[in-house]
Write a protein that binds this ligand. Structure first.
Ligand code: NAD
Length: 297
């Protein structure tokens, strides 16, 4: 069994505890057992699980795994502490706020011989799986993905990082990308922001990615993909799957702990995660230069 702790009791932290208390029967997730949670607040028992200190968690031999579910700005410090102590880590996306930090953390995990896993539930949704099937074999001409949602709480970082799930969709659908331009509009007083990014596929086909957040904006992904054979303007309908998204991710992480995930898959995942974070870095850089094009930079 892998004794585990959950760090950060927000939405994701609550779900991690819930899922470890009732893992998918006959799955690798049954090998996890939750030993406690860590919070900066002093909290009562959560779902029957007790609060412990980080010092305790780092020291205890029966704790082998940490789930990092804090706001994004606190991921690095927590991941580093647990990796240094030789514990396996599952972190909710994004792993870190810069590409370089993620590379360092991954190197540290390798040095310590432990698993570092970044959750990507957006790749596990039924609508994404259906979309991927539907576009297989089609040739992209151009496309856009426009996400809208409510304002984020502090600590979630620049939108290219907090919105890495959308970028990950584009990379998973169309392959590795480059950034040609990025800009950011922000009205802090009204909690409004809009990041607009121009990307290019390896086949030199343009993609636009927009993250727009503000009070009252619905949480929606609008797609517009032009292919050689058709145009797609809506996500395909897909039936909800019986196993929840975080549970699917928990099973994948547990399989990694048990050495059941092929090396090729691990490499491909690491490459995708680091590629997306590298793009996010570049987008942030270009946006903050307050101009446009990568060719000029
Ligand atoms: P959240 O805002 O619910 O919690 C984030 C942090 O804020 C946690 O450390 C939590 O302990 C703290 N917090 C929450 N309520 C608080 C309060 N009342 N007072 C003081 N602190 C409080 O955020 P979340 O949705 O759980 O996101 C955590 C991480 O999970 C982020 O990295 C996010 O990107 C990632 N993530 C979340 C989801 C999701 O569906 N919620 C999906 C994918 C990834």
């Amino acid at each position: 069994m892998f004794g585990s702790v959950v760090v950060g009791i927000g939405t994701a932290g609550f779900v991690r505890i819930r899922d470890m208390l009732a893992p998918l029967p006959s799955s690798a997730a049954e090998k996890l057992s939750v030993k406690g949670f860590i919070s900066r607040r002093t909290l009562e028992e959560q779902q029957g699980v007790k609060q412990i200190t980080i010092e305790d968690a780092l020291r205890r031999d029966d704790i082998k795994v940490a789930f990092i579910c804090t706001e994004n700005a606190a991921h690095e410090e927590n991941i580093r502490a647990f990796l240094e102590a030789g514990k396996h880590v599952c972190v909710e996306y994004p792993m870190a706020m810069t590409h370089k930090t993620a590379v360092d953390l991954w190197d540290l995990a390798q040095e310590k011989g432990v698993v570092l896993h970044e959750e990507h539930i957006e790749l596990l949704t039924a609508d994404f799986k259906q979309l991927k099937k539907d576009i297989a074999g089609k040739k992209l001409e151009e496309g856009s993905l426009h996400f809208t949602g409510g304002p984020l709480k502090p600590g979630f970082g620049f939108p290219a990082f907090s919105g890495i799930a959308r970028l990950t969709w584009l990379v998973d659908l169309f392959g590795e990308l480059s950034v040609t331009a990025a800009s950011m509009e922000e009205d802090q007083e009204n909690k409004y922001m809009k990041m607009t990014t121009q990307l290019m596929t390896k086949e030199q086909k343009p993609l636009t990615w927009i993250e727009e957040r503000g009070p009252g904006l619905p949480r929606v992904k609008n797609i517009n993909f032009h292919f050689d054979s058709c145009t797609m303007t809506q996500l395909p309908p897909a039936a909800r799957e019986p196993v929840g998204l975080f549970m699917q991710d928990l099973v994948l992480f547990s399989q990694k702990l048990l050495g059941q995930v092929p090396r090729d898959q691990l490499h491909a995942e690491r490459r995708r995660v680091l590629h997306c974070l590298e793009l996010a870095d570049r987008i942030q850089q270009l946006s903050q230069q307050g101009q446009g094009s990568a060719q000029e930079a």
